[in-house]
Design a protein around this ligand. Structure first.
Ligand SMILES: [Fe+2]
Ligand SMILES: [Fe+2]
Length: 219
């Protein structure tokens, strides 16, 4: 049943949920995710985080206190997309290249938290086929990240970097949509309180372990 559901998701029906509180309320950040970490980092640097459109928003409105795990995970998708988009909008600038490197690091960390914290409980709950598909796609995304990082390190031509970014964006578009429509809605209802707390803690401040690679990397 879950396998059928994931195959029925259509790319044309993706709808992005706003992840900044509409009422602008502020408070302690409990589930910060990539955005929260980047927001705090930018705040420490005296800057205000950017929106998808490139304009800066106030760090104070980044309030995920009441966010569900699904919302926090989806929010990481958007933050990573924004990093890639920032590069493609201005590929010749060094700050944009650094944002791309940062987005790739954030993407690897996101894959780690899914494979280590989010997917195991979902697999136990019966979402076996969707998890198999997601792991395989993680392997493909990981390979593209490797190629992009190598191209950046080699000082590759902008055209090469943009081609790899388009490839990564296409992979993420399909992958993230399936997660957001099929798997993420199950996270808050399926995980035990303990497992959910572990995921929240990692979302807030966890780091990708040195040398970790995803399950299907290079397969
Ligand atoms: Fe994923
Ligand atoms: Fe994801």
């Amino acid at each position: 049943m879950a396998g059928l559901a994931i195959a029925e998701v259509c790319a044309s029906c993706v709808g992005r949920r706003a992840f900044v509180a509409a009422d602008g309320t502020s408070g302690p950040v409990r589930t910060a995710g990539v955005a929260g970490i980047l927001s705090r980092r930018e705040a420490r640097a005296g800057r205000t985080p950017r929106t998808a459109g490139g304009t800066r928003r106030h760090a104070e409105v980044v309030d995920m206190t009441e966010a569900t795990l699904a919302e926090a995970l989806e929010r990481e998708h958007h933050e990573i997309d924004e990093g890639i988009e920032a590069f493609t909008a201005d590929p010749s600038s060094e700050p944009a290249r650094e944002r791309l490197r940062s987005a790739i690091r954030a993407l690897r960390r996101h894959i780690y938290l899914e494979e280590e914290f989010a997917f195991p409980p979902l697999r136990e709950a019966g979402f076996v086929m969707p998890i198999i598909v997601m792991l395989r796609e993680h392997g493909q995304i990981w390979t593209t990240c490797d190629a992009l990082e190598q191209a950046l390190a080699d000082g590759a031509e902008t055209a090469t970097l943009l081609r790899l970014c388009r490839q990564l964006t296409a992979q993420l578009q399909h992958h993230n949509l399936k997660e957001e429509k099929v798997l993420y809605p199950q996270v808050d209802t399926t995980m035990t309180a303990s497992a959910a707390a572990d995921l929240r803690a990692f979302l807030d401040r966890g780091q990708l372990p040195e040398g970790w690679v995803c399950a299907k990397a290079g397969v």
